[in-house]
Design a protein around this ligand. Structure first.
Ligand code: FUB
Ligand code: ZN
Length: 606
């Protein structure tokens, strides 16, 4: 790189959940300050800021999570809730609130709520640093003895992530101090020559410890993360006391470096692989990098739904066999979509490859967005691609109706933290300049973006800094026929690179061809053979019963029917519908916001 070719200076800022260290082997680094100011995601983030996050403390109060912390602090009271990981909901909310505060530092009410919860956590923490109310309140004699199902390290991981977020966003150290004390305690308990040799039934601590290392520069957290990654896969967790069929449920059946495919509980698998990728990024461990890339490839090849959803089995919330992707019995937990975004972003940064951001886009606009109700107060835990007419539901199935909170409430605060940190996933800098991974109106380090994407494919990018550098624009795999300033523009491996001497305020206009198209399934997915799906740009569409002239189970689509896009500003917050003859398809992202009813993504062809 010549002096003249120096990339534009990044704008310093609070960054987001991932901040590779100075010595990390990473091709891309997230921009320091990023703001989404308009469009699809700005609307979702506004609802998150105005509705979802502010009511979090009340939800946590109602569900007993805060009572648990008070019981731990006071040494008296019963544990409330059905799961040992109730604390993680508090931690995830704190992380969401922290990222929210990064963009709205003057929100005094939110700051007060956040500080009150941090004070509560401080009072609940034991003198030795331990903090997990289930074991403090209900099972003090079983601490670190039920690693299969206890979720102690999982909760610690979420606490650490919240603490890193709070520190990055506010500069305050209160929560970071709590997390470091807990991490220090864990470091004194786990590892070679320490009292416990084991791993947690639910990965999460691994990625969190790497981020704690990045935040504090203390090498011990990276070493501890390595220990947890490499001790997994040796059957230390057994088959569990809960009759889970085999150690694959928690990815303890094979060392991760030897794994051939993603398996078991989807969220567990994905969080583990986020940690694996973080370690590869920080240590340069080629084996871990190969593992992460290999498993991502197998996952996208044969275990990912069109919506980006992951985990086809209700049973154990798990991945299925290759091409086992039934639309009606899809599980696709909202948390799995979130975890997938988190993992793919780490791979996008590490490798610089566009395909990871392609999956992020697909997942965000479909599997993830569908999980979050438009009102900010209703959620889907399970995200199927079909709900039948006369659907009766199942005991384990929260598929078709949105719910304000869940008995197992992992998804809502997880969605809040992703929405609150979303600007972080849009852009990065590399040795050569700036990369736009996603398209949303806003400012991202040295560039700003103006667009009505995904409803319109026109994206105007303005250089906010002069200099000679490369603007890399991701051309999504679905977008053939893109143009730049009116000229045909082909990406190379998904990146269109525009290198020039930029004047401040200079613009380029990228046009991505968003128009309706029919997508045919892989013939190996038996459950949808003979069907097609409607897509429009990055959006997957579905038919909802309420929009159709006849019952959904009677609908057939003629593949030659022309598809017409029609923007409807008054519908579902403003969406483009796709008309296929008498059928009207809406984005899957907004389904189930008009009450319960039948829905399908894959439509049988006539
Ligand atoms: O075990 C903690 C969380 O609960 C998991 O991540 C979710 O899948 C749900 O089972
Ligand atoms: Zn969840």
């Amino acid at each position: 790189m010549t002096a003249e070719a120096a990339p534009p200076a990044d704008i310093p800022g609070p960054t987001g959940p991932i901040r590779p260290s100075a010595s990390a082997r990473t091709v891309v680094r997230p921009v320091g300050r990023a703001t989404i100011s308009g469009g699809f995601w700005a609307a979702r983030r506004r609802t998150n800021a105005d509705v979802s996050i502010p009511q979090g403390p009340r939800r946590l109060e109602d569900a007993g999570n805060l009572a648990n912390l008070r019981a731990a602090a006071g040494g008296t009271g019963d544990f409330a809730g059905d799961f040992p990981f109730q604390d993680s909901d508090v931690h995830k909310w704190l992380e969401a609130a922290s990222w929210q505060l990064a963009g709205a530092p003057d929100d005094e009410e939110l700051r007060a709520d956040t500080e009150a919860l941090i004070a509560l956590l401080a009072s609940a923490q034991d003198d030795d640093g331990y903090l997990q109310t289930h074991y403090q309140v209900a099972r003090p004699d079983r601490r670190w003895q039920e690693l299969d199902w206890g979720h102690e390290l999982y909760c610690a991981g979420h606490l650490i992530q919240a603490a890193v977020a709070h520190h990055r966003a506010t500069g305050r150290t209160g929560l970071l101090d709590i997390a470091r004390r807990f991490a220090g305690h864990i470091d004194s308990v786990f590892g070679p020559g320490r009292p416990v040799d084991g791993v947690c039934g639910h990965p999460e601590i691994e990625t969190a410890l790497v981020e704690l290392y990045r935040e504090t520069d203390e090498r011990r957290w990276l070493d501890l993360a390595s220990y947890f990654v490499d001790r997994r896969g040796h059957g230390l967790l057994g088959d569990g006391e809960k009759s889970f069929p085999g150690a694959g449920y928690w990815q303890d059946h094979v060392p991760v470096r030897e794994a051939r495919t993603v398996t078991g509980h989807a969220v567990r698998q994905l969080y583990l692989l986020a940690g694996v990728t973080d370690l590869a990024t920080e240590t340069g461990d080629a084996g871990l990098r190969e593992t992460a890339v290999r498993l991502w490839d197998t996952m996208t090849e044969s275990k990912t739904y069109l919506t980006g959803g992951l985990g086809s089995r209700h049973e154990l919330e798990s991945f299925g066999d290759p091409y086992e992707l039934p639309p009606d019995r899809a599980y696709n937990e909202t948390c799995a979509a979130i975890a997938s975004v988190q993992w793919s972003w780490r791979l996008a940064l590490l490798t610089g490859e566009a395909r990871y951001s392609d999956l992020i886009e697909r997942t965000l606009f479909n599997g993830f967005a569908a999980g979050c109700g438009l009102d900010g107060d209703s959620w889907l835990y399970v995200n199927p691609l079909q709900v039948r007419e006369d659907y009766e539901g199942h005991r384990d199935d929260q598929s078709a109706r949105r719910t304000p909170w869940f008995r197992c409430a992992c998804c809502p605060p997880n969605a809040m933290r992703l929405l609150a940190s979303l600007p972080h996933y849009v852009a990065g800098t590399d040795d050569d300049g700036v990369r736009l991974h996603q398209y949303a109106t806003g400012t991202y380090g040295p560039v700003s973006v103006e667009t009505d994407y995904p409803w319109d494919g026109r994206i105007t990018v303005t250089a906010e800094e002069a200099g000679t550098w490369t603007l890399s624009l991701r051309i999504p795999a679905w977008a053939s026929g893109a143009t730049l300033d009116g000229e045909p523009a082909e990406g190379e491996a998904g990146w269109l690179r525009v290198r020039r001497q930029w004047e401040r305020g200079e613009r380029v206009v990228l046009d991505l061809p968003v128009r309706p198209r029919l997508t045919h399934p892989d013939p190996r997915v038996d459950a949808v053979r003979g069907c097609a799906a409607i897509e429009f740009g990055p959006l997957v569409y579905c038919l909802e019963a309420v929009d159709q002239p006849r019952r959904l189970d009677e609908v057939l689509l003629d593949a030659s029917t022309s598809l017409e896009a029609e923007h409807r500003p008054g519908l579902l917050g403003g969406v483009t519908v796709v008309k296929a003859g008498a059928l009207t398809a809406v984005p899957y992202a907004v389904w189930a916001n008009r009450g319960a009813g039948a829905m399908r993504v894959w439509i049988p062809l006539r």
